[in-house]
Each structure stands twice: as structure tokens, then as C-alpha cells.
Design a binder for this molecule. Structure first.
Ligand SMILES: C[S@@+](CC[C@H](N)C(=O)[O-])C[C@H]1O[C@@H](n2cnc3c(N)ncnc32)[C@H](O)[C@@H]1O
Length: 222
């Protein structure tokens, strides 16, 4: 599938799929969205947990992983990060995103390392951050129950990839979550929220990043 690089409103880059008329991030700002949804409302929702197991649906450009790596170092947390991706972005294109400019100088070299890391096995990227990139479709992924503290659900939007948001996938995500775990996504889709509730999660609608009124966070009970 053809991919082109675009610049979003905050100056950070993203990828657009012209055939689907879909982008990997918000056109209002890729980095702004990632920081708001996944770091502020996701990672920072677990301030007292020192070792956090994260599952990302859609590793893509590695932006969320890089921002999480930086936050882990700043907050003295240990992160075990699993990123599932069915259609990996080529290294050359990923590096053209230049996301290293959005982290401190000492963490800049790790953007390349995230992308160069071998797939399908645990890779120690920094003393704070271990990465396992899974090259697999989420539809075939078999969740290990209660092994994840935080899910970054970053699939393409429901209007272009509705099957990523169905009850079956959300059920898998819920099974993955450990008690007290958090599911976070940029989407505010009503059916998704009703499905998450029906799966027993406590669902919150939160203010979205600039350009988006709402986003969703859901908690699994202790
Ligand atoms: C919205 S983009 C993700 C953006 C990514 N988190 C980032 O920051 O670049 C959605 C991602 O889901 C991946 N994807 C699409 N269908 C998938 C599937 N069935 N299973 C796993 N990943 C899939 C896409 O290739 C894409 O990288």
C-alpha cells in the first residue's frame, strides 16, 4: 500500500495512506496527540506503578514507544513494551519521521534502535525500556490473560477499519488487562464505549487533544 509523509499542524510528521484517505496520527498534531492521549492520559494515569507492562495496538512509526521510553527514564519507571504491527513501516521511512527531535538529546539515538530492533523477541533498548515488536495481525493474536497494565489502542479509525473496533478485538484487549489495568484510545466511538462497559470496564470520556473533543479511557476493576 502506498504511504506518503505529511506534516501535521504542530509541525511533526505523520504517514498518510492515500488509498484509504487515512493518517497514522491526528492532522492537528501527531506528537501533540500522542503525548496527550497515550502519555498524559495513559502512562501518567498509573503514577504509583513502577514497572509497567504496555501493549500497543499498531506500533506503526514508533512514536508512542519513543515518548514512553523518554517518560520512563524521567519518571524512573521500568517499561516492558509490546507493540503489535501487521504492516511494519520500512526503516527508511520511519527514520524520516525525525521523532528523535521530540525527546532529550540522550534519548535521541533510541529512535533508530526501536526500529532496528529484531522482531518477535524481547530486546533491551535502555535499562528502563524493553521492547517486543510482534509482527502479527491482531485478529490472530492470542492474549495471555491479565499480563498487561496499560493498552495503547491506536488502530486506524473506525470509519476506515471498523473490524479493529469490534467486540471480539475489545474482548481480547480486556482479557489482556491485569486487574487495575487501563485501556486508552484517541477514539470516542459510542459503540466502543458501550462494548467496553459490557465487558466490565469502567469507562471515562476525557477531553481529547486539540482538534478533538473527546477521547476514551477505561479501567479494569481490581
Ligand atoms: C493509527 S496507525 C498507528 C500509529 C502508531 N501507533 C504510530 O504512532 O505510528 C494504525 C497501525 O495499525 C496497524 N494495523 C493495521 N491493521 C492491523 C492489524 N490487523 N493488526 C495489527 N496492526 C494493524 C497499521 O499498519 C498501523 O501501523
Amino acid at each position: 500500500m502506498k504511504r506518503e509523509i505529511i506534516t501535521t499542524a504542530d509541525g511533526s510528521k505523520s504517514i498518510r495512506l492515500p488509498e484509504m484517505d487515512e493518517t497514522y496520527h491526528s492532522s492537528h498534531g501527531a506528537v501533540q496527540e500522542a503525548k496527550h492521549v497515550f502519555i498524559e492520559k495513559g502512562l501518567n494515569a498509573l503514577p504509583h506503578v513502577k514497572t509497567i507492562r504496555i501493549f500497543e495496538m499498531g506500533f506503526g512509526t514508533g512514536l508512542n514507544a519513543l515518548l514512553t521510553l523518554e517518560a520512563a527514564q524521567q519518571q524512573n519507571k521500568h517499561i516492558h513494551y509490546i507493540g503489535i504491527e501487521a504492516f511494519p513501516v520500512a526503516l527508511e521511512m520511519a527514520l524520516q519521521m525525525e521523532y528523535e527531535h521530540y525527546v532529550s538529546k540522550e534519548n535521541q539515538p533510541f529512535f533508530d534502535r526501536l526500529h532496528a530492533a529484531e522482531w518477535n523477541s524481547d530486546q533491551c533498548i535502555t535499562p528502563f525500556f524493553t521492547l517486543k515488536k510482534l509482527e502479527e495481525k491482531i485478529q490472530y493474536f492470542v492474549p495471555e490473560k491479565s499480563t498487561i497494565d496499560l493498552i495503547y489502542f491506536d488502530a486506524f479509525g473506525p470509519s476506515v477499519q471498523s473490524d479493529m473496533w469490534n467486540l471480539n478485538i475489545l474482548e481480547k484487549m480486556t482479557a489482556l488487562l491485569a486487574p487495575g489495568g487501563v485501556f486508552v484510545t484517541y477514539s470516542a466511538k459510542g459503540q466502543m464505549k458501550r462494548d467496553l462497559k459490557s465487558l466490565g470496564l469502567r469507562v471515562e470520556s476525557l477531553p481529547g487533544p486539540p482538534g478533538k473533543r473527546e477521547m476514551t479511557r477505561a479501567w479494569k476493576g481490581q
